[in-house]
Write a new protein. Structure first.
Length: 291
């Protein structure tokens, strides 16, 4: 049985109440520099993301994964490079950079005459030691299906050797590559949140790096996409959102969705917490509510 806990508050304060080594997976998209104002609530910079990353290292399990979906603003003609600074700081804190993935969009903003059109965002995949859950999605159709593997690998010395899978039959579907082209919700976003990422993106990462019953966290919950997808595929979820308006959007989306088994959860089965009025000790007790 899954547990859902939604908290309205500052993630730097609220994460302090999450026990060490209790989170299996984080799927989140923090603010991209100053690209959005988020109802005037945005206070963003190294003074926020550095302590956040430090605490993520504390609460993530050994073998746990963090998916950090991020992009950079262009200021005075130069990209800020904040995404790279964050990636390097993750590594400085002890995380491994397991993969640098790309989310390729199917739509772009208005054209910029000075540079090629930006159609992607980074999906940094960090792990605390080697990932313990690796459910790699195999949905890339192989054009050589039915034939046998004949490839070679080049060694460090420059020599070529037969691939370890040489002679094996090529399967119909191979592992997905690390550039994911996902349809955006541009023009169809009815949530009221200005920067909602696609549900498929969150769902596929949750499938890839966790199992049913695992604990998923989004410290920058926004409109609740990660929580909605976690609930649908039977994971526990903790979501933290600072802005009261976006918190209500997330609350509505998550409480109103069912899981893949067709069960619709009611309000009594999900814990909604407002940090301004509910001490964490009380919220911890409320978090035992289940299906």
């Amino acid at each position: 049985m899954s547990k859902i806990e939604l908290i309205q508050g500052d993630c730097l304060e609220e994460m302090k109440g999450i026990p060490d080594g209790s989170i299996d997976l984080v799927v989140t998209s923090p603010p991209y520099d100053n690209l959005r104002t988020y109802n005037g609530s945005l206070d963003w910079g190294e003074h926020i993301w550095k302590p956040c990353i430090q605490d993520l290292f504390r609460i993530i399990k050994d073998g746990g994964v963090i998916v950090w979906v991020v992009g950079d603003a262009t200021i005075k003609g130069s990209e800020t490079g904040t995404s790279f600074k964050q990636a390097l700081y993750f590594m400085q804190c002890g995380f491994d950079l397991h993969d640098t993935m790309i989310y390729e969009k199917d739509a772009i903003a208005f054209p910029n005459k000075n540079r090629y059109q930006n159609s992607f965002e980074y999906m940094f995949v960090f792990s605390k030691k080697a990932p313990s859950k690796k459910n790699i999605i195999h949905d890339r159709k192989n054009i050589s299906f039915g034939r046998k593997v004949t490839g070679t690998n080049r060694t460090a010395s420059g020599e070529t050797k037969k691939a370890s899978c040489y002679g094996n039959n090529i399967k119909e579907f191979g592992a997905r590559w690390n550039i994911w082209r996902i349809k955006t919700d541009k023009g169809n976003n009815k949530t009221g949140h200005p920067a909602m990422f696609p549900e498929q993106l969150a769902k596929d990462h949750i499938i890839s790096w966790s199992n049913e019953g695992d604990n998923i966290l989004d410290p920058f919950m926004g409109s609740g996409t990660t929580g909605k997808m976690a609930k649908q595929i039977n994971r526990n979820f903790i979501g933290i959102e600072l802005d009261p308006e976006y918190f209500k959007i997330a609350e509505k989306r998550i409480s109103g969705c069912g899981n893949d088994k067709g069960t619709l959860w009611g309000p009594a089965e999900t814990c909604f917490c407002n940090c301004a009025s509910t001490p964490r000790a009380m919220r911890s007790t409320a978090n035992t509510c289940t299906r």
